[in-house]
Design a protein around this ligand. Structure first.
Ligand code: CA
Ligand code: CA
Length: 277
């Protein structure tokens, strides 16, 4: 529970900044923070890069001059205790790669947990299948959003699916899969027997073998209900990518998204990637 441990809403900008680092870029991010290439991050390096990233994320492309006019190191960096956690109370402990990456991993996991609790209004530790479907659609390709929402709605007409409830572990498995799969789509489709079309069984095996993620039958049933748009019992590569691609249409209005996943703004990601280039 790193977010709760380290502070509340007022510090969220700090966490937004850290969360803008995608898992695939942890290693590149570490190198970026380690300004003097000593193999470890010290407190001043950390504060400097955080301030830079913060001003970049906040001002965005329209005010890019903010990067040049400078960030004021040590000024109003509300860090929610993270600086002390990383560098000790005296601020002199160096930060190594393992601690840096495991912290970021935990932070990402915490966001998944927050999203789950957002749907788990009665704290039963399970969420209805329809809410799960909606959460999948919320992170899918925006260009198909209304059709996918319709499909999520029809879940209630299915006598079997409508009563299913999804646990946090199942919810997290899908989030893990989505996160890891983007770069592994080709490998996944090697599991499709016919022209790269995935059956439910193919998807389960591929998730397990390629990504080490265990999907339960009901999660796979819900995935197919929503994303097998032509109802042929297979996921084509287009259908599959629709499920994995993050939505794109509203990146200019991150605040309008609401909910914890609004923090994971594609715009923040691409900002960082630009910085890393
Ligand atoms: Ca260093
Ligand atoms: Ca299909």
């Amino acid at each position: 529970m790193v977010i709760y441990a380290f502070g509340g809403y007022g510090r969220y900008i700090f966490f937004v900044t850290l969360l803008s680092i995608p898992e695939s870029s942890f290693s590149a991010a570490f190198k970026m923070f380690d300004v003097d290439l000593s193999g470890e991050i010290d407190k001043e390096e950390f504060k400097k890069v955080m301030a830079l990233m913060r001003s970049y994320n906040r001002q965005g492309a329209a005010h890019r001059h903010g990067l040049r006019t400078g960030f004021k190191v040590g000024q109003s960096v509300e860090n929610g205790g993270v600086v002390e956690y990383f560098f000790g109370n005296d601020g002199n402990e160096p930060l190594h790669f393992d601690k840096f990456t495991s912290f970021l991993k935990e932070l990402h996991e915490e966001i998944i947990r927050l999203e789950f609790s957002h749907y788990d209004v009665k704290s039963t530790n399970t969420i209805p299948a329809k809410d799960f479907a909606l959460s999948m659609v919320a992170s899918a390709d925006m260009n198909h959003i209304s059709k996918l929402l319709d499909r999520a709605d029809t879940l209630e007409n299915d006598p079997y699916l409508k009563h299913l409830r999804i646990t946090f572990e199942e919810f997290k498995a899908f989030a893990d899969l989505r996160r890891r799969l983007e770069s592994l789509t080709m490998a996944i489709f090697a599991y499709g027997q016919v022209n790269g079309l995935l059956t439910k069984q193919d998807l389960k095996r591929a998730a397990q073998h390629v990504c080490g993620v265990e999907l339960t039958d009901r999660v796979v049933d819900i995935i197919f209900h929503v994303f097998d748009m032509n109802n042929d019992g297979h996921l084509s590569s287009e259908e599959f990518l629709r499920a994995l691609q993050r939505r794109e249409a509203d990146i200019h209005q991150p605040a309008a998204r609401g909910g914890p996943m609004g923090w994971l703004n594609p715009k923040n990601r691409s900002s960082l990637l630009q910085m890393l280039r």
